[in-house]
Ligand binder design. Structure first.
Ligand SMILES: Cc1cc2nc3c(=O)[nH]c(=O)nc-3n(C[C@H](O)[C@H](O)[C@H](O)COP(=O)(O)OP(=O)(O)OC[C@H]3O[C@@H](n4cnc5c(N)ncnc54)[C@H](O)[C@@H]3O)c2cc1C
Length: 306
């Protein structure tokens, strides 16, 4: 109920204006977002890498837009990658890219060309790109783009969502040598026809998918904050004899930082997903949807006048 309320709020332009103009909510957003621009993001990346963490940067922009916006997103990533390289922050920092922000819903071919330009800038900077997973209606197109990009840039990462019924099959397809696959639960409201609805079924699917990825030849990226799933992943890594460089954990910036530090101290590769950009509202609403405890924090933040 709360989850769908915040998911609906994420799409409301009126609420967006209201929340963005509240100083307290800006403070709240800082907990999860690195800052409004690349400058602030780079500072946060430096702090995280100094702590021994890897990073995946996500530029928060419109989910779908005009061709001009898509070009602007491409240019933002290309410039960011060159700054990361100049600052000596690659390969520890890579980027996560949403194809919808590159115009996938307007013209798939152009979105592919923009993604290719970003992959090429990443290769020059000595790092990688991971293609985010979005609504299930885009999964086939995104995986087709992934296959195309991997012909030239084999290290391009995929994201698979455990809540989708199809994902076990996709894990089998993608568990090949050198294939970087981020496994997450999934963040969108999806119909029963394509997605498991109960958290138990999603968790069970996550474990089945994890088993396939860990047993396979690729590079699993275990993206979850769930203590039980993290413990299962540690267990499977031991079982399949995977050392620290053979899989990684990924958690969102601002979520369970003590767990991020614990895993890194245990010798694991830990990558922090770090969003930055002015359009933080939708991202913040998704984080609130995931965790009722954050809602109380948010309520305090927006009611604060400071
Ligand atoms: C690196 C990364 C990349 C992602 N990329 C995508 C993507 O491309 N597409 C997509 O659809 N989704 C993506 N997601 C989001 C993902 O699908 C989930 O919506 C999100 O991670 C919440 O799921 P969870 O696995 O943490 O489990 P949840 O079911 O949300 O939480 C499980 C448990 O984790 C603990 N926990 C969770 N949050 C907190 C918190 N704030 N503080 C303390 N404990 C907490 C609690 O014990 C909770 O019961 C990504 C997530 C990560 C971490």
């Amino acid at each position: 109920m709360l989850r769908s309320l915040f998911r609906a709020a994420a799409g409301s332009a009126r609420l967006e204006r209201l929340v963005e103009s509240t100083p307290g909510s800006k403070e709240m957003a800082k907990r999860f977002v690195a800052g409004g621009d690349a400058e602030g993001a780079l500072r946060t990346v430096r702090g995280l890498t100094d702590d021994g963490l890897a990073v995946s940067l996500d530029h928060l922009g419109p989910e779908s837009g005009t061709p001009e916006r898509a070009r602007a997103v491409r240019d933002e990533y290309v410039a960011l990658l060159s700054r990361l390289r100049d600052a000596g922050l690659t390969p520890a920092a890579e980027v996560s890219v949403k194809l919808s922000a590159l115009g996938q819903l307007i013209d798939e071919k152009t979105a592919y060309e923009h993604a290719r330009a970003i992959c090429s800038a990443a290769a020059e900077a000595g790092t990688t790109v991971t293609l985010a997973a979005e609504e299930h209606t885009t999964t086939d197109a995104t995986l087709e783009t992934l296959v195309e990009l991997r012909r030239e840039f084999p290290s391009t990462g995929a994201v698979l969502q455990a809540y989708l019924r199809r994902t076990e099959g996709d894990c089998r397809e993608l568990a090949t040598a050198g294939s970087r696959v981020r496994l997450c639960k999934g963040a969108y409201a999806e119909p029963e026809s394509v997605a498991f609805q109960s958290s138990l079924d999603v968790d069970k699917s996550y474990v089945r998918c994890l088993n396939i990825l860990m047993a396979g030849e690729g590079y699993p990226m275990v993206a979850t904050h769930d203590p039980r799933l993290i413990a299962i992943a540690e267990d499977r890594a031991r079982w399949f004899d995977r050392g620290p460089g053979e899989f990684e954990f990924q958690l969102l910036y601002g979520v369970r930082p003590e767990e991020q530090a614990r895993l890194a101290a245990g010798g694991h590769t830990v990558r922090v997903y770090l969003p930055y950009g002015r359009q933080w509202y939708g991202y913040l609403m998704h984080r609130l949807a995931e965790r009722p405890a954050n809602v109380a924090l948010f309520a305090r933040a927006v009611s604060s006048r400071k």
